[in-house]
Design a protein around this ligand. Structure first.
Ligand SMILES: O=C(CO)COP(=O)(O)O
Length: 137
């Protein structure tokens, strides 16, 4: 599975704790992150993560490009619910595309924990079928 890990600044510590807690599970998957989130996680775990640009510089859009191709299987995006972001349109675009392609998104720790355990149980195995029938039109 391809998993994206993204967190706004005040949520990064929570994301790091999530990654540390589920490191054995996460390391079985291909991981992607926006720039600073990926850097923080890699500093605190042994996970290998493909890092895109920082969110405000286009990282959300780069992950969004994968989502647009229906290539991302799960997104953990810990948004800061109490602070406006300069790149809000990019964030909304990413979430909109995830809905277009019915891609599971967790915007907080509680949901991320439920979904990551679902992945472990094979509940998202149907995503593998999608890859054989990718829509490009
Ligand atoms: O801004 C972000 C997501 O919208 C996250 O970007 P960074 O991981 O680079 O801080």
């Amino acid at each position: 599975m391809k998993i994206a890990l993204i967190a706004h600044d005040r949520m990064k510590e929570t994301m790091v704790q999530f990654a540390v807690s589920y490191e054995p599970l996460l390391k079985q998957h291909q991981l992607y992150a926006t720039g600073t989130t990926g850097k923080r996680i890699m500093e605190e775990t042994c996970l290998t993560i493909h890092r895109y640009l920082s969110g405000p510089l286009g990282g959300d859009q780069q992950i969004g490009a994968m989502v647009a191709q229906n290539e991302m299987d799960f997104i953990a995006f810990f948004r800061d619910p109490l602070a406006a972001q300069p790149h809000e349109p990019d964030i909304l675009a990413l979430l909109r595309l995830a809905d277009v392609h019915n891609i599971p998104v967790a915007t907080n720790l509680a949901t991320a924990e439920v979904l990551i355990r679902s992945i472990e149980q094979g509940d998202l195995a149907w995503r593998k079928m999608i890859h054989g029938h990718r829509r490009v039109d």
